[in-house]
Design a protein around this ligand. Sequence first.
Ligand SMILES: *[C@@H]1O[C@H](CO)[C@@H](O)[C@H](O)[C@H]1NC(C)=O
Length: 491
Amino acid sequence: MASEIQSTKSTLTWPLLAAAVVTFLGSSVPAGYNIGVINTPQLIIKEFCNQTIIERYSTELSEYSLDIFWSWVVSVYIIGGTLGSFSGCWFADKWGRKGAILVNNLLGAVAAALFVATPIAKSVEMLIIARFLVGLSSGLTTSVVPMYMMEVVTLDLRGPMGVLCPLGICFGVLVSQILGLEFILGSAETWHYLLGLYGIPVLICMAFLPYLPESPKYLFVIKKDEDKCTKALSRLRGLPESALKTEILETKAASLREISAGQWGIVRLIKSKSLRWPLILVCAMQGGQQLSGINAVFYYSVPIFLSAGLNKESSQYASIGAGVVNFLVAALATFLIGRFRRRALMLFSCTTVIVCLLLLAVSIYFMEQFSWLSYVSVVAMLSYVFFYGLGLGPIPYFIASELFTVGPRSAGMALGSMANWGANFLVGMTFPSVKSAIGALSFLPFATSTVILTFLVWKKLPETFGIDPAGSNELSSEEIALQEESPTKES
Ligand SMILES: *[C@@H]1O[C@H](CO)[C@@H](O)[C@H](O)[C@H]1NC(C)=O
């Protein structure tokens, strides 16, 4: 048995490494960059919009209208992201995973050019359009890149490669926080370069895209091209075609089942009774990730540090420090995901996040009476970022590819991704007003939603980890095939 499955054990070959690097720098990092980049220089860009509207339309917006306008600049990105993640499924099946990544890169590059041209053209419309296009691009990233990476690696690398996308997003946010400091690129003269800078890695990666292997599963299941599938697999594994017998047979067996199961679209997935729980779980985990309030906690980070006695500048650095924790723990998760059970990691992460949220709410609420609570809030915030990153951050992004077989997978990922962007939009639109209405207590809805998610995961999430915790006792290909066949089976 051991020698039989030897061929599916992965080595990190050059084509595999290239696929990881190109999608990381060309898609995932830019997606994160565009999430974070708008925060630090927002006063400067707002002022540009104010001046441009006065010049172009000879009307002066009130402070309130300018705020509304600004929230559109911010949230049109999320609307684009929702649409992009929804259409990712269609693109990935129509033009292949690589084709969809090319569309994603092209959109990103066009948007970057528009960002740089915005102050030259003196057009606020251009800024809005660019934010929308880059949102579309990021939406494609979150639905297509994890799917592509999952389909090109072997089982034992599935976890680490699956978290590469969220890792890239964290890294992108961090880079944008640092570059956005006023003395680097966040000044009135340079903000458009800051916004468009991500276009450079996108263009470089786009040039390498044609050399990446296409997903073997896509070639076989959707293109029904066995020849190309074998060639792609041989390049990916760095083995001659003769040494790939087992994996090709496995791919074939799994694929034939998919083909006999027929075409999968979003409508069929929603209607399917047998896949109802996997679908609910994927959407709940993706949406629940945003509803745990990660963006709100980051939004609060500067005021929390200010109240703990740091001055304004140090608070900004401390907030970057939170970004560093966020990124480091995402890197740590890459390592953990390959070794621990998803269920346990997810439950641990959710429970600790709930505790941190309650601690945050209580400590900020009573901060006026007991000044030492400000230190508790700093600790609670950093712990939140840490525990979030262990499970709630990375796992929802790739759980769909483990709960669904390749047929309904792209539809499942698209719906999950949409739930994520949708929840992000919901938090972005409601949190500011909820916060001004009930202050620190606005963390409680996040805690409540996470409690519900924890319950759902505890009750319904099957273990999808392919390797025994001991790491030695691997599943045979038949067992894997069985698991693939009935992904909803409860343990
Ligand atoms: C917009 O610019 C005008 C003219 O410089 C200024 O008086 C006004 O305060 C600005 N509005 C806002 C909301 O910043």
